[in-house]
Design a protein around this ligand. Sequence first.
Ligand SMILES: NC(=O)c1ccc[n+]([C@@H]2O[C@H](COP(=O)([O-])OP(=O)(O)OC[C@H]3O[C@@H](n4cnc5c(N)ncnc54)[C@H](O)[C@@H]3O)[C@@H](O)[C@H]2O)c1
Ligand SMILES: [Fe+2]
Length: 360
Amino acid sequence: MALLTAPFYTLFKKAESNFAIQNFTFAKKLFMAQFKNFKMVSYVVYGRGSFNQLNEILEPQRKTGAPMIFLVDHFFQKKPMLNRIPLRNNDKIIFADVSYEPKTSYVDAISKQLKDEFGTVSGIIGIGGGSTMDLAKAVSLMMNNPGSSADYQGWDLVKNPGVYKAGIPTLSGTGAEVSRTCVLTGPTKKLGMNSDFTPFDQIVLDPELAANAPVNQRFYTGMDCYIHCIESLQGTYLNEFSKSYGEKALELCRYVFLEKENWDNECDDKLMMASYAGGMSIAYSQVGVAHAVSYGLSYLLGTRHGIDIPQGICKGLSDEQFDIMINVSLGMKPLWENAVGKDWEKIMTREKLRRLYEKL
Ligand SMILES: NC(=O)c1ccc[n+]([C@@H]2O[C@H](COP(=O)([O-])OP(=O)(O)OC[C@H]3O[C@@H](n4cnc5c(N)ncnc54)[C@H](O)[C@@H]3O)[C@@H](O)[C@H]2O)c1
Ligand SMILES: [Fe+2]
C-alpha cells in the first residue's frame, strides 16, 4: 500500500508546489464558496396564540435535572404574559435588561451564573425584541464554548454548538429571529457572533405578543426591517433568493406603514412576517451602508435605532474618536462590499467616511 502510494504522494507534492495548480485549487475553493450553504432555523411555528403551544414544543428538549431558562425582556416584568410561561421543575426566568444593546460582558455574566448554578441547562428561550433574542443566542453558545463571547465576535469563530435555543419575538423588524448572528458590543468592537451554530433551533412567531408595543417602538423596529429590504434589494450581493424574500417584506412594510389608517391585528400579523422575510433576505445577501455606519456610531456613542433623528452627535469628537468609529465601520467588510461592490475600499475611503460622520 505504502509502496503504491509513495510515488503518487511525491507527484502530488510536486503538483502542489506548482503555482498553476495552487491557483486552480484556490479558484475552485472560491468558486465553491460563492454559494452560501445557508443554515436556517430548524422549526418555525406561526400564528396568533401559538405561544400557548410552548410547553409541548419544549417537552422533548428537556433533559433530566437541567432547567429551561427563559430569558425575558424586562418590559414583561409583572405583566400577565409571565403567567403563560410553562415553568417546570427547576426552570428559571431571568429578566434581560435591554436598556442598552447587549454587551459581551452581560452575556458572559449570565452564562457564568447559569454554569455556576446548574452546570448545564436544557435550553435558553429568548422572549423579547432583537436585543433579548440576541442575548439568548449568545448565552446558548457560551454555555458550550470556553472563554468570553468577545473571543467569538466575527465570522465563523464559534467552535461548538450551543445548548438548545428558541426565539420568541415580541417586536417585529430586526430579523434576529432568523439570522445567523447575535449583535454584541465588546471591549474592542461591536460585532456579532456570526456562525452556523447561531440560528435558533425553534422560533415561535405569535403576533399577539407584539400587540402592546408603543407605537414609536413598533415603528422604529419596523423601520429596521424596511432598511434591511432596501439594503438587500439595492446591494451587489442580490440574487433571486434574497430578492424573493426582500420584495415580499418590503411590500408588507409598505402596506402597514403607508396604507393602513389604524394599527390593528393585521398590522402585527403582517409585520411579523415582514421581519421574518426581511431577515431571510439579508441572510442570503447582506445589509449595507446604513448598518455599517451605524455600527461605528453605536460602538462609540451608544446611539440606538430611533425615530427622533439626533442632530450634531459627532460635533466636538476628537480625531481619535473619529478613528474608532471609522475602524469599527470599515471592519464590516461584507456590508461595504454588498453596498458598493468589490472595489469598495477605493470608493469608501477613511476620509470620505470621516466627512460623512462629521455631517451627523
Ligand atoms: N441578530 C440580528 O440579526 C439583528 C438584526 C438587527 C438588529 N439586531 C439587534 O436588535 C436590537 C434591537 O432590537 P429591537 O428593535 O427589537 O428592540 P429591543 O429588543 O432593543 O427593545 C427595545 C425596547 O422595546 C421594549 N419591548 C420589547 N418588546 C416589547 C413589547 N412587546 N411591548 C413593549 N415594549 C417592548 C424593550 O424592553 C426595550 O425597551 C439591537 O441590539 C440590534 O443590534 C439584531
Ligand atoms: Fe438592522
